[in-house]
Design a binder for this molecule. Structure first.
Ligand SMILES: *Cc1c(COP(=O)(O)O)cnc(C)c1O
Length: 932
């Protein structure tokens, strides 16, 4: 019998399963559901709307048919999205390479040096091009980067003014996201033509763009100076390609600079995913949201990279976090950085000049109809009453232009624009070519991208090897199981991934005419229907591009619902102490006050404390945010009572759907008490983590909240309020992954996956409990799809920490489980359904062997500060270095013998604190590597 896709996706076969069930003492897979979940919420219905499962080859044929209903036109719409020519070596070497796309966020830096170096290149690229001192390693898109710039300026400025001034020539989606963010925070957004100077009044911040949405290139030097005189800080949105030619914002005094890196080789993809960027002056580095890669040293004193200032992470700072960003856009940031590396400064400048030259050719031919004298790539043309006709004519020639209004057309050139495109555009206007005679816009005098990272890899051979050398330093899912609790690191099947680089998905502009994107629309419609059915909600929005953004959109819907009913006093959000840090950070972003609800000793939410908190706040209760199953990895039996108590008090229930891998096909949050949930398609639904992004965080709501789902100014079908992302459908080009997964699994496959994930987690819990006690279980001794191993007692007795165990696992070839979340001093393990039993057993045996090592420390055989755990991870260098440790080199590097493929960590244990004290967040000079 041929194996179905579900048989390939799900690791354990029937023999494995029999063994697993034997160990956990349950007679069948089906019996697991009844044993683990409360009977009151079991609900396998709803999935009958899913079409029956099909094979990998059938799904590719269906996708091809869908793709064929999209029309790939030449896009000259602009507005922040430009066609780009991704070098094929980067398509295959990064976008289509599991060594890159299946990696996790680099929280274990010793086995993530490859992607950390690539991200450092990204930061260097951004800070060089913008002339700023520090850049973070990616924002979710340009519009959210602008909103984060706004809140950063507010934190950084002592001004009491609540007013934020924006130029009227910024992208409409940027303005929309800024407006959404500003309202709950009490920020008043004032829009004005800043080309005419600063209006009167006090402002804490000013934001403008170069080039503007209309293509106009303004020198903002005077604006920045007068804003500073008035006590305001300034953020400039800037196109990185334009900055190869014009003086960058950092050199004219801007405090922050933001934008997108999309046109650096990242396909438009109907709106995403792309890496946004945010760069600031050194003095604001500690205010930067998102992730920042920095340079530090390892235990041998060698240079090593790691995420800097991790103490700002939401898990620690929670409601005081600088932002709610968790999953970012790592894979796309790496792609953009490598694009810059491959072209180098001169290559990028040549591309920019060619783009500008074509825009000049168009402008020269259109003569006095051209609105702005100074432009880079985008020409705004005044054609009174004729705009629609011209845009239609161009469309008949296969070209999409930007219909600004009845009298204006925008034309954006990019790297893919050819002479033939210019001719076709001119024909649509009925214009003839003229020799351009514009003054040069080039006034940049400073160097950029001089670091070897941007000069060394200019041939394909060199780039190929650079990519390989970097990815060889990292543990991704293509090497071994990544047992990260809460992160659901499951298979990202090749058939699911194939379509994302097809031009019918990847080369679509997010604002392309509706009749050109029928296939994408139908895929989006399918997904909305399927995800609603799976979760039991009534409506779904795919706009949020990470789980955190789904939380934000969901809480915003709750806020808008309360306001619509005149309940403007409801401002309290209850959050259990075990919640993910993003929950608290998101609540603050929508203007809610966080009240923490206690957990009982068994890990459940303390219902007595909950009732007391509800009574305390009565009228002011806006919402509760719970995670189900809980972040403690158990199905709380009183979830229905909890939801009812909140509803009775007039509050709304937010169910964080990050743990949906434990629910699909078994229970539906929209039916057991949730009003709104976000899902993480990059967890439950197979979008790879990409080394820390991209993600998709759809928000699902019950019918009373439908009207408050995110809208978009350029997608009339969605309404135009509550925009949370730059693109109407967020990271649309990776939706084929989830679509294919659901299509190939079908209802039965999905349900079997959930049950297998639970079975596997319980197997691990049973096998490891005697070595590392499992902290929480449900009423019948079962965990959900993950389990928490408690090391606190062991640490107290032996001095060996969770850190030591995590690093030692790298010597055994494994990525560590989730460390110290949700409980400090513990490890949270999630195997997922995709790991076969051999791998799960290898992991368990590694953990058991580590426990034996810990016991030797406990028994005094090895000193607490010199043993294989504290010394971990061990590099190949340890084999040839001087060795005066009480354990052998063989124990150090081959703890499980030589049979398992060896992963050699690139560096020893990294000193994070050293790096935070000496913050270096762009490529160190090459001299720093001498002697390495
Ligand atoms: C992963 C996770 C989030 C955040 O999702 P991102 O996609 O990383 O933004 C929120 N809550 C929980 C419980 C999670 O595990």
């Amino acid at each position: 019998m041929t194996r179905s896709f579900a048989d390939r996706h799900i690791g354990p076969d029937s023999d494995d399963l029999a063994r697993i069930l034997g160990v956990i003492g349950v007679e069948s897979l089906e019996a697991i559901a009844e044993k683990a979940l409360p009977a009151s919420i079991l609900d396998g219905s709803g999935l009958d709307v899913l079409p029956p499962a099909i094979s990998e080859h059938e799904v590719l044929a269906e996708l091809a048919a869908l793709a064929a209903t999209n029309t790939v036109a030449t896009s000259m719409i602009g507005l922040g999205y430009y066609d780009t020519l991704t070098p094929p070596v980067l398509v295959r070497g990064i976008l289509e390479n599991p060594a890159w796309y299946t990696a996790y966020t680099p929280y274990q830096p010793e086995i993530s040096q490859g992607r950390l170096e690539a991200l450092l290149n990204f930061q260097t690229m951004v800070s060089d091009l913008t002339g700023m001192e520090v850049a973070n390693s990616s924002m979710l898109d340009e519009a959210t980067a602008a909103a984060e710039a706004m809140t950063l300026l507010r934190r950084a400025n002592k001004s009491k003014s609540p007013r934020f001034l924006v130029d009227k020539d910024i992208f409409p989606q940027t303005l929309a996201v800024i407006a959404t963010r500003a309202e709950p925070l009490g920020i008043e957004v004032v829009s004005a033509d800043l080309g005419a100077g600063l209006p009167d009044g006090e402002f804490f911040g000013v934001l403008a763009q170069v080039p503007g949405a209309s293509g106009r290139v303004v020198d903002w030097t005077d604006l920045i100076a007068s804003a500073h005189e008035r006590g305001a800080l300034v953020a400039i949105g800037a196109d990185l390609l334009a900055l190869t030619l014009v003086t960058p914002p950092g050199e004219i005094g801007a405090d922050a600079c933001f934008g997108t890196t999309q046109r650096f080789g990242v396909p438009m993809g109907f709106g995403g995913p792309h890496a946004g960027y945010l760069a600031v002056r050194n003095k604001h580095a500690r205010q930067l949201p998102g992730r920042l890669v920095g340079v530090s040293v390892d235990a041998d004193g060698d240079l090593a990279y790691r995420l800097a200032l991790q103490t700002r992470e939401q898990h620690i700072r929670r409601e005081k976090a600088t932002s709610n960003i968790c999953t970012a856009q790592v894979l796309l940031a790496i792609l953009a950085a490598m694009y810059a590396s491959y072209h180098g400064a001169d290559g990028l400048k040549a591309i920019a000049r060619q783009v500008h030259r074509r825009a000049e050719e168009i402008a020269a031919a259109l003569g006095s109809a051209v609105v702005h004298e100074s432009f880079f790539d985008t020409v705004l043309v005044a054609v009174p009453g004729r705009a629609e006709g011209i845009v239609a004519d161009a469309r008949s020639r296969g070209i999409n232009l930007h219909l600004v209004d009845a009298d204006h057309v925008g034309i954006s050139c990019d790297e893919a624009t050819t002479d033939a495109h210019v001719d076709a555009v001119l024909a649509a206007f009925g214009a003839a070519r003229q020799e351009p005679t514009f003054e040069s816009i080039e006034n940049r005098t400073s160097d950029y991208l001089t670091h070897p990272a941007f000069t060394r890899h200019r041939t394909e051979t060199s780039m190929l090897r650079y990519l390989r050398a970097l990815s060889d330093k990292d543990i991704a899912l293509d090497r071994s199981m990544i047992p990260l609790g809460s992160c659901t690191m499951k298979l990202n099947a090749t058939a699911e991934m194939e379509a994302i680089t097809w031009p019918e998905f990847s080369r679509m502009h997010p604002f392309a005419p509706a009749d050109q994107v029928a296939g994408l629309r139908s895929m989006i419609q399918d997904l909305e229907t399927w995800l609603a059915a799976i979760t039991g909600y009534d409506a779904v929005s795919l706009q949020p591009n990470a789980g955190s953004q789904g939380e934000y959109a969901g809480l915003l819907a709750i806020r808008r619902y309360h306001l619509s009913r005149g309940d403007d006093h409801r401002d309290i959000c209850l959050i259990p102490s075990s919640a993910h840090g993003t929950n608290a950070a998101s609540a603050v972003m929508v203007g809610l006050r966080v009240e923490v609800v206690k957990c009982r000793p068994n890990g459940d939410v303390d219902l007595d404390d909950l009732r007391a908190k509800i009574a305390d706040h009565a009228e002011r209760l806006a919402a509760i945010m719970i995670t189900y199953p809980s972040t403690h990895g158990v199905y709380e039996h009183e979830v229905s009572e909890l939801c009812a108590a909140v509803h009775d008090a007039g509050g709304q229930v937010y169910v964080d759907g990050a743990n949906l891998n434990a629910l699909v096909g078994l229970a539906r949050p929209g039916k057991f008490g949730g009003d709104v949930s976000h899902l993480n398609l990059h967890k439950t639904f197979c979008i790879p983590h990409g080394g820390g992004g991209p993600g998709v965080g759809p928000v699902a709501v019950r019918s009373h909240l439908t009207e408050f789902l995110p809208g978009h100014p350029l997608a009339p079908e969605l309404g135009d309020e509550g925009t949370v992302s730059a693109a109407p459908y967020g990271s649309a080009s990776i939706l084929p992954i989830t679509w294919s997964y659901i299509r190939m699994m079908g209802a039965d496959g999905l349900r079997r996956a959930t049950l297998t994930a639970i079975a596997s987690a319980n197997y691990i819990a049973r096998r490891l409990d005697e070595h590392f006690p499992v902290l929480y279980t449900g009423e019948n001794g079962m965990v959900a799809h993950e389990c928490i191993l408690d090391l606190r007692e062991i640490t107290k007795r032996t001095g060996v920490t969770v850190d030591d165990v995590a690093k030692r696992l790298a010597d055994y070839g494994f990525h560590a489980p989730t460390m110290s979340f949700p409980v400090a001093g513990t490890l949270m393990v999630e195997p997922t359904e995709s790991e076969n039993l051999d791998e799960v057993d290898e992991f368990c045996e590694a953990m058991i062997a580590i426990r034996a090592e810990i016991d030797k420390v406990g028994a005094g055989d090895w000193p607490v500060d010199d043993n294989p755990l504290r010394g971990a991870p061990h590099t190949a260098g340890c084999l040839v270095a001087e060795w005066n440790h009480p354990y052998s080199r063989e124990t150090a590097v081959f703890p499980r013998g030589k049979s398992r493929p060896k992963v050699w960590p690139a560096v020893r244990r990294i000193d994070g604190a050293h790096g935070d004290r000496n913050l270096v967040c762009s490529c160190p000079p090459i001299s720093a590597f001498s002697g390495m």
